[in-house]
Design a binder for this molecule. Structure first.
Ligand code: 9MR
Ligand code: 9MR
Length: 582
């Protein structure tokens, strides 16, 4: 719905008078999870001040104090030098709506204490993938205010000069429909789809029962398949088309030569290409297809033949990679040799050692053949590293750890993976009590990379794996702390999931949200978060501090874009905390 500006202004004035909202009065200095808290889990707010000593928690309606407490000792931000103090109100357990008040300073916005308090954000963040679907109309029935016509049919995609092969000459046409848009742009990149799909498929494999009644109102809802898998299938079918049937190699991406303008999907009509095959894309596809085979073979009656196609794709991809063990995607080099030049997201990796590990682990879990594991150097002497699009070996380790396979790696392999993961989780917990926002996120400036919100989410995921291995609650509480970070307890004060929070992200670098004329952005999308690189050179960054380098402006692709590989670990974190803490 579009309001005429004058009417909208009038409405805003009426609203301001009718509802003096807590959001307006709420103090910027009080930082907390703006969505809420579980009755029986940790509850903290962070106050950015030196000037106060005490806090109160009050019932939001009656204003009656339910808890009075002292703030903790000052903590100092390693990034800005600012002082913070902790208000711990874990003792408030009764479900309800509350505020935190600091006498002399102000009040927080209202928040809930309730069981299933993050169910809505878990659902919305999975629904975010539906809003990213290419090649299909989003009708109002499913998309509400964000309904839109289909864009990017991708039925006639050109073979780029870098990608010619037998039977597929330059500018010949293939169909490569469906899939998710990568991010704020409309291109579809295999490497980034890889980690995204791996994370979501792992979520299903880890918690299948939880997803039996997890309905997000998509066209396939109620078809006898969990919505999580229906949504995954949309991108899976696209990925299958990215493999050259002649030799099993996989195109790096499907893209316009240049980024589309800030227009709706149906207004973007530039020609699209598939470009050069590469080893990272091929091995990522192998891993996804092997995992998808395991998952979808249990739904063969609903997706006839899909699991078989995935298995074939995985095997053929592996064979291609054996013949081409390290073909790197180097966009600049490609542009020197071939036209047209392609200047969209590169996702160019410098090493495929980790892609070999992930693909080998998934092929081993699928087939039970240890020859796959022998092919990759498992890197077990190295510390655990968090997954990113360019570093995926952790996804392989997670799969090897997954308990319900009949296939198990040798004890010395399993022990090393467990020890590395637990050592990593313990490292995150070290000095937690000194951190300015009481989170494991942000101990070092490196956490604030491009897409730092995904670092917070993936740390949470790693902690949840550590919890599964040890049953030690401290890991769950730390994972919850990172969800608190993402939903508001951070140095920016923003809740980073669109559609949620009192201080919410309104202007993500996301083409549909920019072009649709609707005030609210598409909901359920995770903003990238602070990034001191500030590569977009947008005006409006508050300063250079790592933990504050964020601006809610749509020019800020370096701090305020959204992306599928950031949403996926958020879905994992929120859903698994829901399944675990209730
Ligand atoms: O919109 C693009 C976004 O998806 C990418 O993450 C980003 C970095 O590659 O680039 C954005 O496109 C910008 C381009 O790089 C420079 N000209 C302005 C484009 C839109 O802001
Ligand atoms: O997430 C990517 C980040 O690690 C890189 O530093 C950055 C610049 O190359 O690109 C990010 O990925 C973008 C991709 O290239 C294009 N679509 C939007 C992605 C998120 O900004």
């Amino acid at each position: 719905m579009k309001l005429f500006p004058r009417f909208a202004v009038l409405l805003a004035i009426i609203c301001l008078h009718a509802f003096p909202s807590t959001a307006q009065q709420s103090s910027e200095a009080i930082r907390l999870n703006q969505v809420g808290f579980y009755p029986n889990a940790a509850k903290t707010a962070v106050i950015v001040t030196d000037a106060a000593e005490a806090f109160e928690v009050k019932d939001a309606k009656s204003g009656k104090a339910v808890l009075k407490g002292k703030l903790g000792p000052a903590r100092i931000s390693q990034h800005s030098g600012k002082h913070t103090r902790l208000a711990d109100f874990t003792a408030v357990r009764k479900p309800g709506s509350y505020i935190v008040e600091i006498p002399g300073l102000g009040k927080s916005a209202a928040f809930r204490i309730s069981s299933r308090v993050h169910r809505e954000v878990a659902e919305a963040s999975l629904k975010g993938f539906y809003y990213q679907r290419a090649s299909i109309e989003l009708p109002e029935k499913y998309a509400g205010r964000w309904a839109r016509p289909a864009g990017h049919p991708d039925e006639k995609v050109l073979i780029h000069a870098s990608a010619v092969s037998e039977g597929r000459p330059e500018n010949s046409v293939i169909s490569s429909t469906r899939g998710w848009y990568d991010a704020g742009d409309y291109n579809k990149y295999i490497v980034n789809s890889g980690i995204t799909m791996g994370t979501l498929l792992s979520l299903y494999e880890d918690y299948p029962l939880y997803f039996e009644d997890f309905n997000i109102n998509i066209p396939e809802s109620n078809n006898g398949v969990p919505d999580l898998l229906d949504e995954i299938a949309w991108n899976l079918r696209w990925m299958l088309t990215m493999q050259d049937p002649a030799d099993g190699g996989v195109y790096h991406k499907l893209t316009n030569p240049r980024f589309d303008g800030m227009v709706m999907p149906d207004a973007a009509k530039n020609p699209r290409y598939v470009v050069q095959k590469g080893t990272a894309a091929t091995l990522d596809l192998v891993a996804v297809m092997a995992q998808a085979t395991r998952v979808f073979k249990n739904f063969d009656n609903k997706f006839p033949g899909l699991a078989d196609s995935c298995r074939t794709a995985a095997v053929k991809g592996w064979q291609w990679a054996e013949k081409h063990p390290s073909v790197m995607y180097n966009q600049d080099e490609m542009n020197k040799q071939f036209d047209p030049d392609v200047v969209t997201g590169a996702y160019g990796d410098r090493s495929v050692k980790d892609e070999w590990i992930w693909a080998a682990a998934e092929m081993f879990a699928l087939t039970g053949k240890s020859s796959y594991l022998e092919k990759a150097e498992l890197d077990l002497g190295q510390p655990f590293v968090l997954p990113t699009w360019s570093q995926v070996k952790a996804l392989g380790y997670y799969t090897l750890l997954r308990p319900h396979y009949d296939v198990v790696a040798e004890p010395k392999v399993m022990d090393a993976i467990k020890q590395n993961l637990i050592a990593y989780a313990d490292g995150l917990l070290t000095d937690l009590e000194k951190q300015p926002y009481n989170t494991v996120m942000g101990k070092t400036a490196q956490d604030y990379a491009w897409g730092s919100s995904s670092v917070a989410a993936n740390q949470g995921v790693a902690l949840l794996y550590a919890y599964r291995l040890t049953k030690d609650q401290k890991y769950v509480q730390a994972a919850l702390g990172n969800l608190d970070y993402l939903l508001g307890r951070n140095a920016t004060g923003y809740c980073f999931l669109t559609g949620f929070g009192a201080k919410r992200v309104m202007h993500p670098h996301h083409r549909p949200s920019i072009a649709d004329g609707i005030v609210d952005p598409v909901p359920g999308l995770l903003s990238g978060g602070p990034n001191p690189g500030q590569q977009d050179k947008c005006a409006g960054y508050p300063n250079k501090f790592a933990d504050e380098s964020f601006v809610d402006h749509d020019c800020s692709y370096a701090s305020n874009e959204i992306a599928i590989n950031w949403n996926a670990p958020f879905v994992y974190l929120a859903a698994v905390l829901e399944a675990t803490l209730k």
